[in-house]
Design a protein around this ligand. Structure first.
Ligand code: FES
Ligand code: FES
Length: 204
């Protein structure tokens, strides 16, 4: 007696069972996928934009950005504050140095999301009205730059260096400014500038 393929004496149809089983397996898979789609959020997918408010130079700036955006890219690409420079983008040159809550950080390695709620100060925020910050003035007075590309980072780092109490000697200044590279090798003039500005900054 011929037997329908896959059908046994009990009437059990293996093909029908497989189709049913596959179908019943697919339903929950599809349901899960739909649920996942519905639940995907910016927090779980870093490629999705998020809302963040950065306080930059005393002003709140609302941004809608990729969650992976660095402070440096937020400043340069989204807020058009291009004073902070991108040298290496790897935390090695110091060109991107800004102050966050008065601490110097390399903004190319700092996520904008992590800086929310903190005070970010950039080179654009140092001068007041028509007056250069004492460190800016000292860099001008001492001719502490050539091409100027590293200069914003040098100045921000120098301000923090002084406030940290690390500008008491030339050796200290060289040591604590060593994270800021100057390809033009303006180092002697940079040290002179930091020495000049230190007393005025410490006076407040
Ligand atoms: S650009 Fe950030 S350390 Fe070089
Ligand atoms: S002034 Fe040119 S890199 Fe420093």
């Amino acid at each position: 007696m011929s037997e329908k393929s896959g059908s046994g004496p009990s009437g059990f149809d293996r093909r029908a069972f497989m189709a049913g089983a596959a179908g019943s397996a697919l339903v929950p898979m599809a349901a899960r996928a739909a649920a996942q789609d519905a639940n995907v959020s910016a927090a779980s997918d870093p490629a999705l934009p998020v809302d963040v408010t950065l306080r930059v130079n005393g002003k709140d700036k609302r941004l809608h950005i990729d969650a992976r955006t660095t402070v440096l890219d937020a400043l340069r690409e989204h807020l058009k504050l291009t004073g902070s420079k991108k040298g290496c983008d790897h935390g090695q040159c110091g060109a991107c140095t800004v102050l966050i809550d008065d601490r110097r950080v390399v903004s190319c390695l700092t996520l904008a999301l992590a800086a929310e709620g903190q005070e970010i100060t950039t080179i654009e925020g140092l001068a007041t009205d028509d007056h250069l910050h004492p460190m800016q003035q000292a860099f001008v007075d001492n001719d502490a730059f050539q091409c100027g590309y590293c200069t914003p980072g040098q100045i921000m780092s120098a301000v923090a260096c002084v406030k940290e109490g690390h500008a008491g000697s030339e050796a200290d200044i060289r040591e604590y400014m060593s994270g800021n590279i100057c390809r033009c090798a303006a180092y002697p003039n940079i040290v002179a500038a930091v020495k000049q500005a230190a007393p005025e900054i410490m006076k407040g």
